[in-house]
Design a protein around this ligand. Structure first.
Ligand SMILES: NC(=O)c1ccc[n+]([C@@H]2O[C@H](COP(=O)([O-])OP(=O)(O)OC[C@H]3O[C@@H](n4cnc5c(N)ncnc54)[C@H](O)[C@@H]3O)[C@@H](O)[C@H]2O)c1
Length: 268
């Protein structure tokens, strides 16, 4: 689908917009002329953003009712929605053998059900938009390099990619003017290394925070959230189904598909 180039007068909503990549996306679209609503569960961060002139609505993406109220509030205030960025996410780790079912549920609830709640409650408003509209869903390059200790995370992100591509094809086939981009960030300097701050109290399991920046990835691989925001803006402007922050991580994707090719050839 043809992208949306002019963001003047457009209305965007970004979940997880109070920190990291979400904040980078918020600022990119604000600078491009859009009115942007920050939706996040972090009350203190939202209060700080309001003082700086941002529009912010407290939202818990794991709660369908909360996301429904967000959609209604945005449409009541602005009359329409042009872009929803389903970006809120958490990235803690633990070996699968140690995970509690609550661990699994929390990561899936934020990273996958959060995206599904955004699609479910915003899609009717996006389809009704006479000027066309867009959805961005944040996945992860981890979906391709499948790091040990991140089974719930990778499961959620692979699902986000799959649902994004399927939804894009379905909307296009139905002739709707709503595009979908799946964002695959690589290494972006954010607060994801402190994901457990977002876990409801009293719900401790095996998951721990892990600063992948210190342990695994080369320094020169990291980018800032503002750069990620510009990449998303560029992808939506050009109507791209994928947005990649790290084209230099192509090897991870090729390893993934080389395995699929090799295994499929065994069954040919
Ligand atoms: N930072 C990276 O290198 C990287 C890489 C790949 C993918 N991602 C993805 O990018 C997205 C943003 O993460 P980030 O790195 O900016 O982390 P971050 O921790 O800086 O920001 C995440 C934001 O989501 C919010 N949030 C968490 N749970 C929520 C909930 N239930 N309801 C509403 N808001 C909630 C947090 O308050 C925070 O503002 C996530 O989906 C993450 O999986 C990040």
């Amino acid at each position: 689908m043809e992208g949306i180039t002019d963001w003047n007068g457009r209305v965007a909503v970004v979940t997880g917009g109070a920190s990291g990549i979400g904040k980078g996306i918020v600022d990119a679209f604000r600078e491009a002329g859009a009115t942007v609503v920050v939706a996040d569960r972090d009350q203190a961060a939202l209060a700080r953003l309001r003082e700086e002139g941002y529009e912010a609505i407290e939202t818990d993406v794991t709660d369908a009712g909360s996301v429904s109220r967000l959609a209604e509030a945005v449409v009541a205030a602005h009359g329409k929605v042009d872009l929803v960025v389903n970006n809120a996410g958490v990235g803690p780790k633990a070996p699968a053998a140690e995970l509690t079912l609550d661990d699994w549920r929390w990561v899936i609830d934020v990273n996958l059900m959060g995206v599904i709640h955004g699609i479910h409650h915003f899609l009717p408003h996006l389809i009704a938009n006479p000027d066309g509209a867009w959805i961005v869903n944040t996945a992860s390059m981890a979906r391709y390099f499948t790091p040990a200790g991140y089974t719930p995370y990778v499961a959620s992100k692979a699902a986000v990619e799959g649902l994004s591509l399927t939804l894009a094809g379905e909307l296009a086939a139905a002739g709707e003017r709503v595009g979908v981009t799946v964002l695959h960030p690589g290494a972006v300097r954010t607060n994801i290394k402190d994901s457990l701050r977002n876990r409801p109290a009293g719900n401790a399991g095996a998951l721990v925070d892990f600063d992948i920046a210190q342990k695994v990835l080369d320094d020169d691989l990291w980018i800032e959230p503002a750069q990620a925001g510009q990449i998303v803006l560029r992808a939506v402007r050009s109507g791209d189904p994928y947005a990649f922050t790290h084209p230099n991580m192509l090897d991870d994707v090729e390893r993934n598909f080389a395995l699929v090719r090799e295994q499929m050839s065994k069954y040919a």
